[in-house]
Design a protein around this ligand. Structure first.
Ligand code: NAD
Length: 363
């Protein structure tokens, strides 16, 4: 019996997580998926109740869960709070407490949505890549950091880019294992022509590769990778990179697919315990209006099934169901094209359930 903690959070979070819950309930009923669901507060909703964006009780439940499903956190009503009390801080602390060092962000192009991409359809047709970003190390966390004043009253900002071998090796293992579950191709992205850290990165990734001879490994400089992603993204299968490069490259990859409402993500630790969440935020502008696209969250359920619950077959069925509703023309407002009538969050969720029942019976 797997334990899943649902953290709906703020804004559209509760609306989209409600659809994910329906998908899980359908899998329990149709496929005897053995899960136990719990729910807790995080972000602004937790602050409103407990004056803490990550209450101890939530953290305790998250630690004991096999997987956490998060909606989104944040909203303008919390922006005046001290940094430590802000909803986003609760999320960052949760990632750090669970040691979620591996961030997986797929970018998949749905045939019917080709025209939503910022690239011409011929460049993105069939796109299916996965960016794996190191999430808890590198320049965003390195010490020393700060702004100091030099002689002559000149201010100087400084950060430290630092990675140890073990940090690189553990994310590389995840990347190779993930490539084994896909098309067996891994491209490691660095800046080894300039940075010593990248030189070590390349060396360690090469060493870890020896344990995965069935995966073909290539290396690419980050500037070239950014160029290749917009020139010929289909050349990639799995891309492995550090925290800062991954931050930038995963956003480029996201834009290739058109809508932020379609992008799921997973963040894993060494025990394959994971937190699964849509890439988008709490979208306060559309919260409570039944306008949010729930597909990113539903696709995050698929990632959870694949990476934390060992249920690749069910993950595939959920993905097939999403493909089917898109092919049938269901569109929320963010992905609607001219001449189409948008559906709301609830209706889109129901359409996925309907499709899931169909694909379940056909498989
Ligand atoms: P956002 O992703 O919430 O919204 C950006 C735009 O995309 C908005 O126009 C929104 O309506 C639209 N959008 C987002 N998700 C959508 C969906 N599922 N369906 C349809 N449209 C969608 O980003 P933002 O406006 O920069 O941030 C709003 C709040 O969310 C802020 O408080 C921010 O800190 C927070 N945030 C949280 C997370 C997270 O919880 N992981 C991530 C990013 C931003």
């Amino acid at each position: 019996m797997y334990k899943i903690l649902l953290l709906p959070g703020d804004g559209i979070g509760p609306e989209v997580v409600a659809q994910a819950r329906k998908v899980l309930a359908c899998l329990v009923q149709e496929h005897e998926l053995a899960v136990e669901l719990e729910e807790a507060q995080v972000g602004g909703s937790a602050y409103a109740l407990y004056r803490d964006p990550l209450p101890d009780e939530t953290l305790k439940l998250a630690r004991s869960a096999d997987a956490v499903m998060l909606g989104a956190v944040g909203g303008p009503q919390f922006d005046h709070l001290d940094r430590e009390l802000r909803p986003e801080k609760g999320l960052l602390r949760l990632r750090a407490e669970l040691d979620l060092f591996a961030n997986l962000r797929p970018a998949i192009m749905y045939p019917a949505l080709d025209s939503a991409s910022s690239l011409k359809p011929e460049h993105v047709t069939g796109l299916d890549i996965l960016i794996i970003r190191e999430l808890t190390g590198g320049i965003y966390f390195g010490e020393p950091r700060g702004i100091r004043t030099l002689e002559g009253d000149i201010r100087q900002g400084f950060n430290t880019l630092v990675y140890s071998e073990d940090e690189i090796a553990r994310i590389a293992h995840i990347a190779f294992r993930t490539a084994q579950k896909r098309n067996h191709r891994l491209c490691s992205v660095d800046k080894a022509n300039v940075l010593e850290v990248s030189e070590l990165w390349r060396d360690v990734v090469g060493t870890v590769h020896q344990g995965y001879p069935d995966v073909s490994l290539s290396h690419m400089y980050v500037d070239n990778a950014a160029m290749q992603l917009v020139k010929d993204p289909n050349q990639f299968d799995v891309v492995l990179t550090d925290n800062m490069f991954g931050d930038i490259l995963s956003d480029i990859a996201a834009m290739l697919t058109g809508s932020i409402g379609m992008l799921p993500s997973a963040s894993l630790n060494e025990k394959d315990q994971g937190m699964y969440e849509p890439v988008h935020g709490s979208a306060p502008d559309i919260a409570g209006k039944d306008r949010a696209n729930p597909l990113a969250t539903i696709l995050s359920v698929a990632m959870m099934l694949r990476y934390s619950l060992n249920e690749s077959r069910l993950a595939g069925l959920v993905e097939q169901a999403v493909h089917q509703v898109i092919a049938q023309g269901y569109r929320t407002a963010d992905i609607v094209q001219s001449g189409q009538q948008p559906v709301g969050t609830e209706k889109m969720g129901n359409a996925v359930i309907h499709a899931l029942l169909q694909v379940s019976h056909n498989n």
